[in-house]
Design a protein around this ligand. Structure first.
Ligand code: K5W
Ligand code: ZN
Length: 262
């Protein structure tokens, strides 16, 4: 039975990840608190382009840490390009981080403000690396697009995801999830902040070019509550633990520059 290597609890959460994952104390860790007034505007930064029109979602699953939608990344059907990126990067998966009822669960914060949740679209540099695994350990291997979720009215398309969550309640569950285009989850503006960082879950590799959209999307508290009916635990486990507060707190900037497109 695969043990629980790490989690978000008191005994296995972010404050003890460094015991098994030394990168936790590295110089380019994520997330960070973004302070807009200290960001340097870089006019050489072009717009980001999302070519998701022929994207191929395959499945939605509960990996015991979040809910993940996986894509077919066997070719360049869905890529992110432009902005700070040298090479186009292939969409591999997206997932969310969220808090408990009514409190915040984003990973990045903006001048100390946290949002209710944060959506991460994970892409990898298939121009330079042969596999995702190889890219995941290289400094220019991954590009993650971060989108903040704030609460308000219902999001018109998020129900496509929240309606499927009952199928993946337990850790280790997976179900078909085809034909979903994440373009429907984007805000109207693609203005962004960007900085060099890490994946925010173990093994915490410093392989991510972060691209964080400035404009949040709006979802309802009712839609957010459906994420909280997911469980960190598997069906056969006695202790059922609600999946919430699955976020890492901000990490030291250590001299890194956060740049903005406009
Ligand atoms: N939270 S996260 O977007 O940094 C992330 C998590 C797991 C695998 C990744 F490749 C990744 F990017
Ligand atoms: Zn994430």
């Amino acid at each position: 039975m695969s043990g629980n290597l790490w989690g978000y609890g008191k005994e296995d959460g972010p404050s003890v990840w460094h015991k098994h994952y030394p990168s936790a104390k590295g110089n380019q860790q994520s997330p960070i608190d973004i302070v807009p007034h200290q960001v340097s505007h870089d006019p050489s930064l072009g717009p980001i382009v999302l070519n998701y029109d022929h994207c191929t979602s395959i499945s939605i699953s509960n990996n015991g840490h979040s809910v993940v939608v996986e894509f077919d990344d066997s070719d360049d059907r869905s890529v992110i390009l432009g902005g700070p990126l040298v090479n186009p990067c292939r969409l591999k998966q997206f997932h969310f981080h969220w808090g408990g009822k009514g409190c915040c669960g984003s990973e990045h914060s903006v001048a100390g403000k946290n949002y209710a949740s944060e959506l991460h679209l994970v892409h990898w540099n298939a121009v330079k690396y042969r596999t995702y695994g190889e890219a995941a350990t290289a400094p220019d291997g991954l590009a993650v697009l971060g989108i903040f979720l704030q609460t308000g009215d219902d999001h018109r398309w998020l129900h496509m995801i929240t309606d499927a969550l009952f199928m993946v309640k337990f850790k280790g569950s997976v179900t078909d999830f085809r034909g979903f285009n994440p373009k429907c989850l984007l805000p109207s503006s693609l203005h962004y902040w960007t900085y060099p960082g890490s994946v925010t879950t173990p093994p915490l590799h410093e392989s991510v070019t972060w691209i964080i959209l400035k404009e949040p999307i709006t979802v309802s508290e009712r839609q957010m509550s459906k994420f909280r009916m997911l469980l960190f635990t598997a069906e056969e486990e006695d202790q059922r633990m609600r999946m919430e507060n699955n976020f890492r707190p901000p990490q030291p900037l250590k001299g890194r520059k956060v740049r903005s497109s406009v």
